[in-house]
Write a new protein. Structure first.
Length: 115
C-alpha cells in the first residue's frame, strides 16, 4: 500500500493550489480517502473525506466553501482543490486511507500561504 502526495508549494493569500494523492497496492476503488494537515507546532487535523464512489464528501468547517475533494478511480487518485487560501492553511498535507483495518499515510506535501 502506497500513498504519494504532490502539488504543494508557496502561494499568496487568496491563491489556489491543487494537491493530488496517488494510490497503489490496494483496491483503491473500495476505500474512502481523507486529507489531513499538520501545521507547525500543532497536531494533525482532519480536513476532508471522500467515500469510495466519490458520492459523499465531508469537510472541516474551516475549509467549507473553499476546498473541494474529488477522486478518479480509473487513475487511483484523490485531489484536493484549495481556493481562497489563507495563512492559517499553511501546513503539511497528508492523504490517508484505512486499508484492511490498517491506517496508511502518505509522506505529506508542504503548503505555505504567505505574501
Amino acid at each position: 500500500v502506497q500513498l504519494v502526495e504532490s502539488g504543494g508549494g508557496l502561494v499568496q493569500p487568496g491563491g489556489s493550489l491543487r494537491l493530488s494523492c496517488a494510490a497503489s497496492g490496494f483496491a483503491f476503488r473500495n476505500f474512502a480517502v481523507s486529507w489531513y494537515r499538520q501545521a507547525p507546532g500543532k497536531g494533525r487535523e482532519w480536513v476532508a473525506t471522500i467515500d469510495n464512489t466519490g458520492g459523499t464528501t465531508n469537510y472541516v468547517d474551516s475549509v467549507k466553501g473553499r476546498f473541494t475533494i474529488s477522486r478518479d478511480n480509473a487513475k487511483n487518485t484523490v485531489d484536493l482543490q484549495m481556493n481562497s487560501l489563507k495563512a492559517e492553511d499553511t501546513a503539511t498535507y497528508y492523504c490517508r486511507a484505512v486499508v484492511l483495518q490498517a491506517i496508511r499515510w502518505g509522506q505529506g506535501t508542504q503548503v505555505t500561504v504567505s505574501s
